[in-house]
Design a protein around this ligand. Structure first.
Ligand code: SER
Length: 327
């Protein structure tokens, strides 16, 4: 096993997290050393102009191999996935992309003697039987969504590759991620992003989960820091590998709306729960991330009001410039 991360591949680089992660990695490791890949969605000009980009399909091993060989890839951040809401509508697609994509990436890591693979998991790995408050790291994993099923399998698969083949695989369970750059695509926690856009655009929002729905959330800068910090952690200090709980803040949809109202007093929110309510209800309200804190020094920086201020500043500026929704 090599030790250095020199040539990095990001799958899902056009997605909500992948797009900002790619830019952060390019800044840190050099633009030409971070190869971005996506499946269908056109990448932003920023992503295209700042370094290499390819269209690949992670479910087809050959398309992955072309890019790995061409750029002598030694590290993969595997961000490509179908999220929870889309996963419930298209369970086979969710299984195919999330499971076959992950095993292709892990097989490639063996075949090309890679340094490291990062495969994220999610709070969706938990289910209704899991303790709902301050959910421990090592607890009951009985998800009731296809997305959650693939995330538990992905965690176990990654750990299996660590034990069986000595590959360095790491992963963390993201809470709902909030960001102002790329919109999330098809998750249950998407309301926590949409609400900011609609507050700025229309001054009103109809939320698809109930006012008292409380979920763990995180602002993108913390998410990027956590991902890179875990990737750079000393392997010898890790007792866990692919299943680190990660927390920053927890709030209800009503508390989120109240935080926006501090800056936009006339903001109106209605609640009209749909099929995603059941998914949200199956997930924890708050997370105990003490294992991540102990094993690799995780510490979040953002809270709800600080995030709201930053989100609204960014989105209001873009709205004034006529480009609230980025292309
Ligand atoms: N944000 C994701 C979703 O809602 C959870 O990982 O699907």
């Amino acid at each position: 096993m090599k030790a250095e991360m020199k040539n990095i591949l990001v799958t899902g680089a056009v997605g909500q997290i992948g797009s900002e992660l790619t830019m952060a990695l390019r800044k840190k490791y050099g633009a030409d050393n971070v190869v971005a890949t996506g499946r269908k969605t056109e990448p932003s000009q920023e992503l295209l102009d700042s370094g290499p980009f390819y269209f690949i399909d992670v479910t087809e091993r050959a398309s992955l191999d072309v890019v790995i060989k061409k750029h002598n890839i030694d590290t993969i951040y595997h961000m490509a996935a179908i999220l929870s809401a889309v996963g419930e509508k298209h369970p086979h697609l969710c299984w195919d992309v999330n499971m076959n994509g992950s095993i292709n990436v892990l097989d490639a890591a063996i075949d090309y003697n890679m340094t490291r693979v990062i495969i994220p998991s999610s709070i969706a790995a938990f289910g209704p039987d899991t303790p709902i408050e301050n959910t421990p790291n090592d607890t009951i994993l009985r998800p009731t969504t296809m997305y959650g099923v693939t995330k538990v399998c992905g965690e176990r698969l990654g750990d299996y590759f660590v034990q069986k083949f000595g590959i360095d695989v790491r992963g963390l369970r993201y809470p709902g991620i909030i960001s102002a750059e790329t919109l999330p695509g098809g998750g249950t926690t998407d309301y926590a992003v949409e609400i900011y856009y609609k507050a700025v655009e229309d001054g009103k929002y109809t939320c698809f989960v109930s006012e008292d729905t409380r979920l763990p959330m995180m602002y993108m800068p913390d998410c990027i820091d956590a991902t890179i910090d875990l990737a750079e952690a000393d392997f010898a200090k890790l007792k866990h590998h692919c299943d680190f709980n990660l927390a920053s803040m927890s709030f209800s949809a009503g508390e989120l709306a109240a935080s926006i109202k501090k800056y936009i007093p006339d903001f109106e929110v209605k609640y009209d729960p749909d099929y995603r309510q059941e998914i949200a209800d199956s997930w924890p309200s708050s997370i105990d991330d003490s294992v991540a804190r102990q094993e690799w020094g995780w510490k979040p920086e953002w809270n709800l009001d600080k995030m709201t201020k930053d989100m609204l500043e960014k989105l209001r500026k873009r709205h004034r410039e006529g480009r609230l929704y980025k292309k």
